[in-house]
Design a protein around this ligand. Sequence first.
Ligand code: LLP
Length: 459
Amino acid sequence: MTAPAAGVLGVPWSAGVRRGDDGVVTVAGVGVHDLAAEHGTPAYVLDEADFRARARGYRTAFATAFAEVGTGVDVYYAGKALLTVAVARWARSEGLRVDTASGGELAVALRAGVPGAEIGLHGNNKSDDEILAALDAGVGRIIVDSLVEIDRVADLAASRGVVAPVMVRVTTGVHAGGHEYISTAHEDQKFGLSVNPGALDDGGDPPAMRALLAVVARPELHLLGIHSHIGSQILDPAGFEAAARVVLRLRAELAERTGVLVDEVDLGGGYGIAYLPGEVPLDPDRIAKDVASAVAAVCGELRTPLPRISVEPGRAIVGPAGFTLYTVGTVKPVALDDGRVRTYVSVDGGMSDNIRPALYGAHYHAEVVGRASDAEPLLARVVGKHCESGDIVVHEVMLPGDVRAGDLLAVAATGAYGRSMASNYNQLTRPPVVGVADGVSRVLVRRETVEDLLALDLG
Ligand code: LLP
């Protein structure tokens, strides 16, 4: 008997998700049948109160922890996880700033009314147009990612007659993700400038120090600080502490050599969430306390004043706030070599609305949300409708044995990197983003139409 219990569904669902006595799931008081009828499926559904609570939770946790050690902190919402005009407004109204990674993200944040001064611009290969758009908007920080780019930003700032506030993104040798972190001297990846000389060693400074000195040398640039992002979906705070140590030492060394003590250190994002029932997300209070005390301890050892800190959570704020609502189209039992049967449940979306299972082997949780069922559970694989056998939405999940065409099925915790990484593979139209609050649903980003697709094709 699998009739799911009525009540709050809990992890990994957003706080507003409940199952009624009739088995029908609601979010913030809106039933899934109403959502499907009004907006169609597939649809990304966002629980506004849950998003806001997580944004507030991160801001409060970090503000409290860093106030205790005697410095301030800014929390930037990492827009790459999901950026819409409404989402940017929610973030701002909860006291967050916005981290953007392209001219497009910058445009959305500006359209939302986020002041330039509260926006950061990232990217390892920003175009001149993107840099100029950032300068014209008066962004609070451009995070530079290479020596070439330092001169590019300085020249463009000179052309506009402004001084550009920049941070230098460094790689600390600390990588994290999943349940552990590793520390290596060298990083074989495209982002940042290494604190280690390695094979580039010509007896001079490592790339990170060269970049900092290059920024200091250009009067069109103001060196605001040092930036480090160590990875994503991190569940172990040790990596953040290790990276903070490296960055703070670099800051002290720069001060010793040049007299320039930068005001800020950005420790990036990456705070891990629960995707499956029973998983334990990183606790913002704990991570904030751990990082604050590590920062205070290292600054104490180095006898340098504390910098202002910033962090850039994306997934941890929007991931659990969203789920994807699908309609089941076909159900097909397939015999496995070990004698088991796996039931393939096809839904009306797939890898075009959530590439993460195919791209990273990411695991998700799904439930039949439109009704109760007493049927024995069966081992199911939820798949999409694309012309690709790797088009898997949920690798393995127990679903009611009577799962059938027309059932509404929801996949939890798809708020981050779902819509933002969506594609039009097989010319599918991207689903809408529907916000739900206080018993009302509202389209934040409308569903694409085939006309939208055809409008781009000039024949
Ligand atoms: N700051 C910087 C500089 C970043 O590169 C990232 C993510 C973040 C902040 C936000 O990280 P978060 O708190 O969301 O983990 N598409 C992948 C994740 C790529 C993240 C890239 N950078 C995924 O779907 O898991």
